[in-house]
Design a protein around this ligand. Structure first.
Ligand SMILES: Nc1ncnc2c1ncn2[C@@H]1O[C@H](COP(=O)(O)OP(=O)(O)OP(=O)(O)O)[C@@H](O)[C@H]1O
Ligand SMILES: *[C@@H]1O[C@H](CO)[C@@H](O)[C@H](O)[C@H]1NC(C)=O
Length: 342
């Protein structure tokens, strides 16, 4: 999905910190999903690291960032495998909490090779991570020199302690919001950037469409600089807040029509991902009183032929890794040069 020659070189390698879920996947490909009480064989089997945070930080490392993970595993086989795999990818695992007892988080994943469905059975790690697992001195070392901090909204009590410290130190915070979860709102109120999955914006705001929900998110979270929603093969939409320094001179537009206009400008002749941006606009949404001064982006995904598409497990995590990479570059390059690589 990402070709290395299109990746912009970084003048330095920014340190980022990721907090959230890691795990191992026991991934079995079967000719078709088993019936209860039957015996079948795998046609392919892999045992590999996973979890949102693990995947996202691996992607970030491959793009040239220097990620550190804060998370918890046990001193068992899967736990050791995870740490080894992450280290081999260039992820710093020295801030992991390794429990002497218990089990590391793991998933059984059954891939049906006919229907291409993937059924996941997740077993959380035990004992669960608590804020006391991370002494303040370790937290401060983990955040030392960090350009950004990422959260996947797992283990909310510990996440909030880390986010509050990052906030206090003015380290930008990015949240990957998959679905409304316990403790997520506290994290969101400290966030600078949000990347969410397709259903999240409407679920969280109760707005009737994704573009309207994006306006609502930007209004509800006054610190937020942008919110991105990913739409699988349909790419992504981003709403970036802009400073309204021209007052009433900025044109007003309905956010739905704005998106329609962007989609009409999409170049269908290329298979490569493309990005189309609106001018700075006062975006209005039906049913919402206030408008947002911002720029709307439509990012079309790469057109991948079905024969080449294996499965999209972790696509969202890889996307967030690329957003972290792009956002770290924001200090160097303007946004419109970067969205193409998201
Ligand atoms: N079938 C596809 N073809 C092309 N690009 C895709 C496809 N599926 C995903 N992508 C790319 O990956 C990005 C994220 O995918 P998606 O919206 O499925 O994330 P997600 O729902 O968080 O995924 P998951 O939780 O399964 O990792 C999309 O914005 C798009 O750029
Ligand atoms: C999946 O099915 C295809 C088509 O029948 C076959 O060629 C391929 O080897 C199978 N792959 C696995 C891992 O089972």
């Amino acid at each position: 999905m990402m070709s290395s020659d299109s990746v912009l070189p970084l003048p330095e390698n920014p340190i980022i910190v990721g907090f959230g879920g890691v795990g191992v996947d026991f991934l079995a490909v079967v000719p078709s999903f088993p019936k209860p009480d039957s015996k079948i064989r795998t046609t392919e089997f892999t045992f590999q690291g996973g979890g949102n945070n693990g995947n996202t930080m691996t992607c970030a490392a491959r793009l040239g960032l220097k990620p550190r993970i804060i998370s918890k595993v046990s001193n068992d086989g899967p736990g050791k495998t995870m740490l080894e795999e992450l280290e081999a990818e260039g992820v710093d695992t020295s801030f992991f909490v390794v429990s002497k007892e218990g089990t590391s988080p793991f998933s059984y994943v059954i891939v049906d090779n006919q229907t291409k469905t993937r059924t996941c059975i997740f077993t959380p790690g035990y004992p669960e991570m608590v804020p006391q697992d991370l002494p303040r001195a370790n937290l401060l070392s983990a955040l030392d020199g960090a350009r950004m901090v990422y959260f996947d909204a797992r283990m909310p009590d510990s996440a909030l302690v880390i986010a509050q410290e990052a906030f206090h130190q003015n380290i930008p915070i990015l949240i990957d919001a998959e679905r409304p979860r316990e403790g997520l709102n506290d994290l969101l109120s400290l966030a600078d950037y949000v990347v969410c999955s397709e259903n999240f914006p409407r679920a969280w705001t109760e707005a009737s469409s994704i573009p309207r929900a994006l306006v609502s998110i930007i209004l509800r979270l006054p610190r937020l600089k942008f919110a991105i929603v990913t739409l699988g093969k349909d790419g992504c939409i981003m709403l970036e807040r802009c400073v309204d320094d021209e007052g009433s001179h900025i044109e007003e537009m309905d956010v739905e029509s704005c998106l329609t206009t962007l989609k009409e400008r999409k170049d269908d002749s290329t298979a490569m991902p493309t990005c189309i941006a609106s001018p700075v606009t006062k975006l209005r949404a039906k049913g919402i009183e206030e408008s947002v001064c911002g720029r709307l982006y439509y990012g079309a995904s790469e057109k991948i032929p079905p024969s080449e598409l294996m499965d999209t497990t972790g696509a969202g995590d890889a996307f967030v890794g690329a957003v972290l990479y792009g956002t770290c570059n924001l200090f160097i390059l303007p946004l419109h040069m970067l969205v193409g690589i998201f």
